[in-house]
Every structure is written in C-alpha cells, then in structure tokens.
Design a protein around this ligand. Structure first.
Ligand SMILES: NC(=O)c1ccc[n+]([C@@H]2O[C@H](COP(=O)([O-])OP(=O)(O)OC[C@H]3O[C@@H](n4cnc5c(N)ncnc54)[C@H](O)[C@@H]3O)[C@@H](O)[C@H]2O)c1
Length: 353
C-alpha cells in the first residue's frame, strides 16, 4: 500500500532566487520598488494592528544572525537574516535572507521565499518612501556613500519615488563604484564618481550612507552636512555599528521605524535614551510632523523593521498568484487523520521497498 498523498495545505508556495529574479525582471525593478513602497506605506499606516518586538539577534565577532517576526492578526511573517561585513572579502554576500508567511488562524505556512534580493528591494523601497515624506521637495541629487550590494536598489528607488536624477558616488573601494556605474548606465541617471565622501555630498539634497563595517565608523562628519538636507542612514544597524558622527544627530530631526529597536541598533545608540525621535508611522498618519522648514536637516535612522518584511512577503504572495513564478514544496507533514502522524510514517515504508 503506498502512502497517502499530502493534503493541499501541505504544499507551500516557494519562491526560489531564480523565480524571484524572473518575477522582478518581468515586472521591472523600478515598478517593483514603487509598488513595494506603497505596500510598506500601507502597513505603516495600520501600524497599531501589528505585533511589534525588536528583532531577536545572535551576535558574534564576525556579524549577526537575526529573526524578525510580526503579525497583523490575519497573517504572521518572519525573516531570517544575517549581516557579516567581512563576508565580502571572502566572496560572500554581507546580507542574506529568507522569509516565511503563515495563516494566523491555523498556523499553516502560506509562502516560503528567498529574501536576499527581497531585502535589498524592501530596504530601498522603505528609504524612498520615507524620503518622499521628509526630503526637500524638488530633490534631484543624491550622494550615495557605500556602493555595495544595496546601492543600485537605493538609487533606483530614490529615482522612482523622489525624482533623483543625479548620483554622486563614493566608496573606499573604487571597484564598487565602477560596478555601480556599469550596472546603472542606461537607466537615465547622471552618475558622478567622487574621490571622497566630502566631495560626494556637494550639491546633494539627499545623502545616503550604506556602508558595511562592524564598528562605530564616521562616514559623515558634522561639517559635511549642510542645512536643509535629508540623510538616509541605513548602514548602521547593529549595536556597535554606526556611520554618523554624533554631532550630526544634535543638528537633525531624527525619524525611526520602531523606536525600541532603533535605540539598540541605530545611530541613536550614540546619544542618551531620552534623545527625541519620531516614529515614521506617525508622520505618515499625520500624528507627528515631518519636514517643517527648508533649513531643517531630516535624518532617517533606518535599521530595517519586521513590518517592512511582512509587507514584502505580502507583496510577493499577491504577485505570484496565478503565475509560474513559484514551486509547490511538500513542506508540511499533514496526515489524513491529524492524530495519525506515526501511521503516516509507517505507511510510507512501503514506498522504500
Ligand atoms: N537598514 C536596513 O534595513 C538595512 C538593510 C540591508 C542592509 N543594511 C546594511 O547596509 C550596509 C550595506 O549593505 P550591503 O549589502 O550593500 O554591503 P556590501 O558589503 O555589499 O557593501 C558595503 C560597501 O561599503 C563600502 N565601505 C565600507 N566602508 C566604507 C567607508 N568608510 N566609506 C565608503 N564606503 C565604505 C565597501 O567598500 C562596500 O562596497 C550593511 O551595513 C548592511 O548591514 C541595512
């Protein structure tokens, strides 16, 4: 007698890296970034519905491995993600990730997906969504400091959502800048390679810092930051890993995702616990002020929060519906008689003979 077939619910849609690339290329990267930004904005708009907790981090000397869970009461999602700045020197990604979304009412998974590409997309979509609310109107030039894996996504999202037309680029490794220029030529952006961070910020309305180094780094010093700019600081996202000189924080209005997590991981780990910050969901819902005057320096201290990954999972689940961009994984043991897990195992012995 052969083993009964798994029930329909046991098959979980799985989006491989290959299928994620096919899906994103079919839709178009800029369209994905724009659509993803509106999913994230929508979920920030219903912030109070979500379970929220700082991510669960396991630190080592080399990096960090984290779990990022949340739920809106209907669906539950979590991401597994690492951050290992030294990986790049060994030919490995600094950040890799995968994610899972489940039904809250029965706990059965509804989606398993690669999230390395998806994290780059959602991080860029979040940055641009935030910049749309905070950056000076008519921004056209962005300084992009750190030209690694995240950088092209950041650039395209800022172009699509905020009208950025010129990128002023700097990386300590010129090979990274050359790679970015090669990847983004033909995207309608003016690309200017600079020889220092100081040179890169000249004439920029938006400054993005996106470097990877597990230390209290000083990518930007106070004298480099003119009045009226928007800073999108996303590379400082771990205890002991920051990018900005703390004097910049005192001249800026600081905006965060989820304050309890950012106090641990963000640029604001450098300042006292009562340093004032605003959570972005309140700005989006009109409960807190965003940009109030031209000379104001706005600073998004972005560390990456679970709700952004939830939005990304929700987006991919919607997009793969009725497409060939996923496989069904026989992932859950799901016997016909729910109490007969052992019997299911025993009946499967027949298949091994
Ligand atoms: N906030 C978030 O949601 C979020 C999400 C993803 C990644 N990150 C963080 O963003 C950072 C970048 O990620 P990535 O995947 O692009 O990393 P990456 O290793 O691919 O690229 C980092 C780049 O920074 C450059 N760099 C290092 N120190 C520098 C300095 N002092 N000045 C200029 N350039 C410098 C490196 O040469 C490299 O090209 C990481 O720290 C990562 O943890 C944050």
């Amino acid at each position: 007698m052969s083993a009964p077939q798994p029930s329909k619910l046991a098959f979980v849609p799985f989006v491989s890296v290959e299928n994620m690339m096919r899906l994103v290329n079919r839709i178009g990267v800029s369209t994905v970034l724009t659509e993803l930004a509106s999913y994230i904005e929508e979920d920030f708009g219903r912030w109070e519905l979500f379970d929220k907790t700082p991510r669960v981090a396991s630190h080592s000397a080399e990096g960090v491995i984290e779990l990022m869970p949340t739920s809106d009461g209907i669906m539950y999602g979590f991401k597994y993600v690492n951050g290992h700045p030294k990986n790049m020197a060994n030919g490995l990604q600094t950040v890799t990730a995968l994610g899972l979304m489940s039904h809250v009412d029965n706990g059965y998974p509804a989606l398993l997906t690669e999230m390395t590409l998806l994290t780059a997309l959602r991080t860029a979509a979040t940055s641009a969504m935030v910049a749309k609310h905070l950056a000076p109107t008519h921004s056209h030039t962005m300084a992009m400091i750190g030209n690694g894996a995240q950088s092209e996504f950041q650039a395209l999202a800022m172009a699509a959502l905020c009208g950025i037309k010129t990128l002023r680029l700097y990386d300590i490794d010129a090979a990274a800048t050359n790679k970015l220029i090669q990847n983004l030529s033909g995207h309608g952006l003016e690309l200017v390679a600079c020889s220092s961070a100081q040179e890169a910020v000249e004439g920029a309305q938006i400054i993005t810092t996106c470097t990877a180094d597990k230390q209290l780094a000083t990518i930007l010093t106070d004298n480099m930051v003119g009045s009226g700019v928007h800073i999108n600081a996303i590379g400082g996202d771990c205890p002991g890993k920051t990018e900005l000189h703390h004097d910049i924080l005192y001249r800026s209005d600081v905006f965060v995702e989820f304050e309890p997590q950012t106090r641990i991981e963000g640029e604001i780990q450098q300042v006292p616990a009562d340093f004032p910050v605003s959570e972005m969901w309140k700005v989006i819902n009109g409960e807190s002020k965003g940009r109030t005057h031209d000379g104001q320096i706005t600073l998004f201290d972005g560390v990456g929060f679970a709700i952004e990954d939830f939005s990304a999972l929700r987006y991919i689940r919607d997009k793969i519906h009725n497409t060939a961009f996923y496989q069904e994984l026989d992932m859950l043991a799901d016997p016909d008689d729910p109490r007969d897990l052992f019997g299911m195992l025993q009946r499967a012995r027949g298949d091994e003979k």
